[in-house]
Design a protein around this ligand. Structure first.
Ligand code: ZN
Ligand code: ZN
Length: 411
């Protein structure tokens, strides 16, 4: 499909309307690559049309971000200056609707020392994370994506840049349910309703444990929090009741498992891109809820670093179910972007969980949620475990069980 101005406008409308669901009078914070000025203007206009009070723009630039890491001293990059903290603090006043449009080069940070990357992330999170925690669940946000040439070439290295861009755009529009004919807003409504139905079924089952098996070596069990529920697609801002879609595309139904109680081995079925670097062909073994060992053919040091980012980076914050025939998986290639790849198949995430899966989750502080079994960490990194033969069983407190997934899809 040719990417016309109309297509771009309908995509911008979808992100602002169905995704972020910008409400009259709200402040918006838009984060987008400097290469995407035209689309940034379209999004800004849609936000104002939806009644936004103001739209603040933050430009991203892969090349410049990389240069900071190449040239600036680690101490300089670790430092959070007063104006940066003030900006984060302002978010706890404005509760802005955040729109993030990714188009990054998956190799943007290739070759940069993982130690430097993680040290900078750690010390900045120390100052800035409390502000994020303070508005968690109380503002709308939406992460979407727009193709860039470097990203397209990473996915289709054998094609010309032009052809690679066409292919990536086709895939992005397919997963965004934009076909130039049907109303994408209605298509998303049908899609999110379908996901909600599946989540309702899981919630009615009352499973307390999941068991995973695959011929690739995955043999894993994880306990669930008794009163936590399964969620998918849409989320609700607890301050104003506005429903929004945090990730576009989204195909998953997820919950946060009980921190500190899982065991066995999970074998990753897709490479993982973390901090602009790749970890490939890896597995992680858990004992008493913590990752105790890991093996990666590529990126071993990076994976070990990730698991040690803080005290709870080696515990799980999410388990998610995605059938193998999802719109993302049917594109048939690796996006090198977690936003897409996590919607290709079942996955789990290391690090922070979602307190909103608890009935009163949004009223809880991070510390209170932690007491109820929701992991907290500065990282939240999804990795894929879905395979063509993945079987997942749900176990109830009375010992009875039911198949949830067989052969990589809903049983
Ligand atoms: Zn997920
Ligand atoms: Zn996740």
């Amino acid at each position: 499909m040719k990417v016309t101005k109309e297509i771009l406008h309908s995509y911008a409308r979808l992100i602002v309307g169905s995704g972020a669901n910008v409400q009259p009078g709200q402040a918006v914070l838009l984060n987008i690559s400097v290469d995407q000025a035209e689309f940034a203007a379209m999004l800004t206009e849609e936000c104002y049309r939806a009644g936004a009070k103001r739209v603040d723009l933050e430009w991203q630039c892969d090349e410049v971000s990389r240069l900071h890491f190449e040239y600036a001293a680690q101490e300089t990059l670790c430092e959070v200056r007063e104006w940066e903290e003030a900006k984060a603090r302002q978010m706890t006043v404005d509760y802005p609707c955040c729109i993030i449009v990714e188009s990054e080069d998956p190799d943007a940070m290739a070759g940069i020392s993982p130690d430097k990357l993680s040290a900078v992330e750690q010390s900045r999170a120390k100052v800035l994370k409390p502000y994020d925690d303070a508005i968690d669940g109380m503002h709308q946000w939406c992460i979407a994506a727009i193709p860039s040439e470097k990203w397209a070439k990473k996915c289709f290295p054998g094609d010309t840049t032009e052809r690679a861009m066409e292919k990536l755009w086709d895939a992005v529009l397919k997963t965004m349910r934009i076909d130039g004919v049907n109303d994408p807003v209605a298509a998303w409504k049908a899609h999110t309703d379908c996901i909600s139905e599946k989540a309702a079924w899981l919630n009615a089952q009352g499973f307390c444990q999941l068991r995973y098996h695959s011929a690739n070596g995955t043999d894993f069990h994880v306990e669930l929090i008794p009163d936590a529920h399964w969620e998918g697609a849409a989320d609700v801002n607890s301050r104003n009741g506005a429903s929004y879609i945090p990730n576009m595309p989204t195909e998953e139904i997820f919950t946060t498992p009980l921190a500190g109680s899982c065991g066995g081995t999970l074998v990753a079925t897709r490479p993982l891109s973390w901090n602009g670097q790749l970890i490939e062909n890896f597995s992680i073994t858990f004992e008493d809820g913590r990752a105790v060992s890991c093996k990666a053919e590529k990126g071993q040091a990076l994976l070990e670093k990730m698991l040690r980012m803080d005290e709870c980076a080696n515990m799980l914050g999410e388990v998610a179910l995605v059938p193998k025939e999802s719109a993302v998986n049917s594109c048939g290639f690796l996006f090198y972007s977690t936003l897409f790849d996590e919607n290709a198949c079942c996955h789990v995430a290391l690090g922070a969980g979602y307190k909103e899966v608890l009935p009163d989750g949004n009223e809880l502080t991070v510390a209170q949620a932690k007491e109820r079994g929701i992991n907290d960490s500065m990282i939240h990194v999804d990795f894929m475990v879905g395979s063509d033969d993945l079987a997942i069983d749900g176990v109830r407190p009375d010992g009875s069980s039911a198949p949830i997934f067989r052969s990589g899809t809903w049983a």
